[in-house]
Design a protein around this ligand. Structure first.
Ligand SMILES: [Zn+2]
Length: 469
């Protein structure tokens, strides 16, 4: 007897899209059956007729309980795992990758354990962490990287810029990146990068101050395409010589897409993420009333850049669409007024699947398989969770989303579970999760939460060798 049977849906599997029923037992997918074949009995059945069944969403770039860098002096934090994961599960995302920040004096294990205390028993989704390294990294910490990788934490994030002149330092020098990358290359890890050229960014701040362009609508002139181009190529240059693999977070410009495309064509293990935010808005949106709502670092760019990002998604140059979630109230989001203190990060984890289905599949004609890849499977592959996560396949975790593509819904913050605003207020979405299942447990049914907090668990991750089978 199965625990659960999802029947009559159009199911997206790694082998293609088909009319397949999904049998679930002990939290895993036990069988996939052609519809019409006789199914074994199940304790519960879900009728997915007329719906599209996809693997649970994976958001590989989410911050929770994180000191908001531009509000660090006031000690303001973004929302915690319980709130963010609640919003995520309502929107069909079943796994989140957050960040564990290494602090001076910590061992890597200290940093990871501290973050686990934030998440443990509080989450509605499964979760994992990238480890963030900042500043000058002691050699004993660099030497701890292999142990952390083998303990299930193969991804490390670094910042190539301090981002704004007045926030606490976070930049890591190219020499330290070299040492980190050597370890990751040797031990099957991956470097995740916030790549902006610090010299260009900081000079741009000086020049914008000189020109009197200090208000936040000019933030894209500090976090510009030149900075993206130079820093991406610098990191790729390093990778080419040291080996290993790199993942560019929040690619925002045509220049970034081009650098990644060339590196991939040269056979380097380079991956790219963009944000649904960068696919949705341009720097002109900064000029709207409350336009700071649309900002996240690096910055929104031109309509031409947005078109290039979509082309990057279409061609597979960009593999993932994340949120860079840093959820706050609207008041906190709008507290900054200058290019130095405008609040980055944003809300979006709940609407990601619905917005991306609408924008990618309905409006731009991408296939539902491509949609499942950019919202789930690719992140699982890049970060070492595949095929446990990101696949509707026998043996995979039963993280399953039944999407209703017949609806037409106008998004409004008051109907979401995230915060008191959404940048997508008034946007029409043409699909929304009817049912979300986490490891065989129905968490959301007909838009209503039925699962319990604490259902989510930490997921150990492991990568094979670069270009391995
Ligand atoms: Zn981020």
């Amino acid at each position: 007897m199965l625990d659960l049977l999802v029947r009559n849906g159009l199911t997206v599997t790694p082998g293609g899209v088909g009319h397949l029923d999904i049998g679930i037992s002990n939290g895993r997918i036990a069988l996939l059956l052609d519809q019409g074949a006789e199914a074994p009995e199940a304790v519960e059945e879900i009728d997915a007729a007329g719906k599209i069944v996809v693997p649970g969403g994976i958001d590989p770039h989410v911050h929770t309980s994180w000191l908001i860098p531009t509000a660090a002096k006031e000690g303001l934090m973004c929302f915690p795992p319980e709130q963010v994961s609640l919003a995520a599960i309502h929107g069909g995302t079943t796994t989140i990758i957050d960040f564990a920040t290494w602090l001076p004096g910590d061992t890597l294990q200290d940093s990871l354990e501290r973050k686990e205390r934030d998440w443990s028993k509080k989450s509605y989704t499964d979760y994992a962490y990238h480890c963030i390294l900042k500043g000058e990294i002691p050699f004993e910490v660099i030497e701890q990287i292999p142990e952390a990788v083998s303990a299930g934490y193969p991804s490390f994030k670094v910042f190539m810029t301090n981002t704004t002149p007045s926030r606490p330092p976070q930049k890591i020098g190219l020499g330290d990146i070299w040492a980190v990358l050597e370890q990751l290359a040797r031990h099957d890890g991956i470097l995740a990068v916030h790549a902006e050229d610090d010299d260009i960014v900081m000079f741009s701040y000086r020049r914008l101050a000189h020109e009197g362009k200090w208000s936040y609508e000019n933030v894209h002139l500090a976090h510009n395409s030149l900075s993206e181009a130079v820093s991406f190529r610098r990191l790729i240059n390093l990778l080419e010589r040291v080996g290993g693999r790199a993942y560019f977070m929040h690619v925002s410009a045509e220049e970034g897409v081009r650098a990644v495309r060339e590196a991939q064509a040269a056979g380097l293990a380079v991956y790219a993420e963009t944000l649904q935010h960068y696919l949705s808005f341009t720097s002109d949106d900064y000029k709207r009333p409350g336009g700071a709502m649309f900002h996240t670092y690096p910055s929104l760019k031109s309509a031409g850049d947005v078109a290039a990002l979509w082309e990057g998604v279409r061609q597979g140059t960009i593999q993932t669409v994340a949120t860079d979630e840093m959820c706050t109230s609207l008041e906190v989001k709008l507290r900054g007024h200058t290019i130095d203190d405008v609040t980055g990060g944003h809300a979006g984890v709940e609407v990601r699947m619905g917005v991306m289905y609408t924008e990618a599949v309905v409006k731009r004609g991408l296939s539902v398989e491509h949609f499942a890849n950019i919202t789930s499977a690719n992140a699982a592959k890049i970060f070492g969770m595949y095929p446990r996560k990101g696949a509707i396949a026998v043996g995979s975790d039963a993280d399953v989303v039944v999407l209703d593509p017949t609806i037409s819904r106008r998004l409004t913050a008051s109907e979401l579970h995230e915060t008191d605003y959404t940048p997508w207020e008034g946007w029409e979405v043409r699909a929304w999760p009817a049912t979300t299942i986490l490891r065989g447990t129905v968490m959301v049914r007909d838009g209503k939460l039925v699962g319990t907090q604490g259902e989510g668990t930490w997921i150990a991750r492991k990568l094979g060798p670069v270009h391995g089978a």
